[in-house]
Design a protein around this ligand. Sequence first.
Ligand SMILES: [Mg+2]
Length: 164
Amino acid sequence: MRRAVFFDRDGTLNVESGFEFRNLAWMPGAIEAVRKVNDAGWLAIVITNQSGIGRGLYGEADMHAFHARMQAELAAAGARIDGFYFCPFHPEAAVERYRAADHPDRKPNPGMILRALSEFGIDPAGSLLIGDQDRDIVAAERAGVRGVLYRGGDLSEIIARELA
Ligand SMILES: [Mg+2]
C-alpha cells in the first residue's frame, strides 16, 4: 500500500483570495513541500471543498484550468500533484444540481479522502492530511488519517518534519 500526504488547497497550498480560479499565489514553501512528498515516494493528493462552484461564482472548467496552472508551475520546479479531489456541493448552493444538505464529500465529511484511499490503494494509518481549518482535521480523522493543522509558516519545513 502507498502512503500519501493529503493537502487541503485554499489557505494551505495557495493563498485564499476568493478568486482562486483567476489568481494563483502559493503559500510559503508550498511548491517545495509538494516536491518533498514526491521525492519521499509518497503520493501528493489535493482534497478541496469548492463551494464556489455550487454558489455559481465559477465553473468546474475554471477550477480545472486553475489546477492545470498549479501542475504547470509545480512541473517547472520538478514537482507534481498525483490527484485532485473536489467537492462542489453546498447546502445553500445557488446551482440546484450542487445543492446537498450534508454531502458525504464535503469536509468535514470524509468522502473525498475515502475515495482517494480506495482508488490509489493508500494506507490511511501511514498517511497524513494537512489543512488550515478544523473541518480538514475532522475529515481526516473520520477517514482514519492523521490530521495536521496548518497555522501558516513555511509549509516545506512542516512537511519535512512530518515525513521524517
Ligand atoms: Mg483551506
